[in-house]
Design a protein around this ligand. Structure first.
Ligand code: UGY
Ligand code: MN
Length: 255
């Protein structure tokens, strides 16, 4: 990096509690104990108004967290964007390649280790788990790969596909999804909802409406969408505009 080649400028937009765009160019490295040989950036967090914490991590050769990630009462999720990682939980190993993911419920520690000499890129998440009021069901460890999950038409539109990564079971208080829009595809309406999202753009380009501002977004960008922020997108460019995002679910609003 060093001296800038032009006037300093940024595509970042930060509106705490409402929405935020954090493009890769502005991201800085954070040290988080337990992660070794990793470039890690904390994205959304309670400081931004989110109830969860999202990170992007580049694991270099030998990159790992063998001290364990997770804490009591907290659920965690990791998604492999590029490369391959050996993940483990409850003494079970999961070899995650591009599109692979692992969810660990509260009480289960996640261990991560780069499984190649080249860099591996991960998206990581944690949130305090909200149990069911009667504690009748609790979530379990889930692993899979989005390349093996059926993509269904989103709201009867053949040019927009949705994938659900976690079970649609009341035990889970959140889910991860991938939405993929063919160029020209769009949301059926501008959503305004109670739930919040953290979203990492996996491919393509779109123009995103956030609180009625139209903002160009592309692969690598991160979006935080707070509760009730109006949101929708039109996909542009030449390849599908796809993003991985979290959404809270299955729980009543608390007073
Ligand atoms: O599930 C959702 O709320 C999703 N359609 N939101 C979004 O893409 N911004
Ligand atoms: Mn939404």
């Amino acid at each position: 990096m060093g001296y800038p080649r032009d006037l300093l400028s940024s595509r970042s937009i930060i509106k705490r509690g409402n929405f935020a765009l954090i493009p890769p160019e502005g991201q800085v490295k954070n040290v988080v104990p337990g992660f070794e040989n990793c470039d890690l950036t904390i994205l959304a967090s309670p400081r931004l108004g989110a109830k969860f914490v999202d990170y992007v991590i580049t694991m270099h050769e030998g990159g790992k967290n063998l001290q364990g990630y997770g804490e009591p009462g907290v659920e965690t999720f990791v998604y492999c964007m590029e490369g391959q990682v050996k993940a483990s939980a409850n003494d079970e190993a999961f070899h995650l390649t591009q599109g692979g993911y692992l969810y660990c419920p509260s009480g289960v520690t996640m261990y991560l280790e780069n499984a190649q000499t080249a860099d591996t890129k991960l998206f990581l998440y944690k949130q305090k788990y909200t149990p069911l009021p009667d504690n009748s069901r609790t979530p379990w460890v889930v692993s899979g790969n989005v390349n093996e999950i059926a993509a269904i038409d989103y709201d009867d539109m053949a040019n927009v596909k949705l994938q659900d990564l976690l079970p649609t079971d009341l035990a889970f208080d959140m889910n991860f999804h991938i939405l993929a829009f063919e160029p020209g595809g769009c949301h059926p309406f501008v959503e305004t909802h109670y739930q919040e999202h953290g979203a990492i753009m996996l491919s393509g380009e779109g123009v995103y409406n956030l609180d009625n501002e139209w903002i160009p977004i592309k692969k690598g960008d991160y979006l935080y969408m707070g509760p009730y922020v109006p949101q929708a997108t039109y996909a542009v460019g030449r390849e599908p505009f796809a993003y991985l995002y979290s959404k809270d679910c299955n729980r009543d609003a608390s007073l």
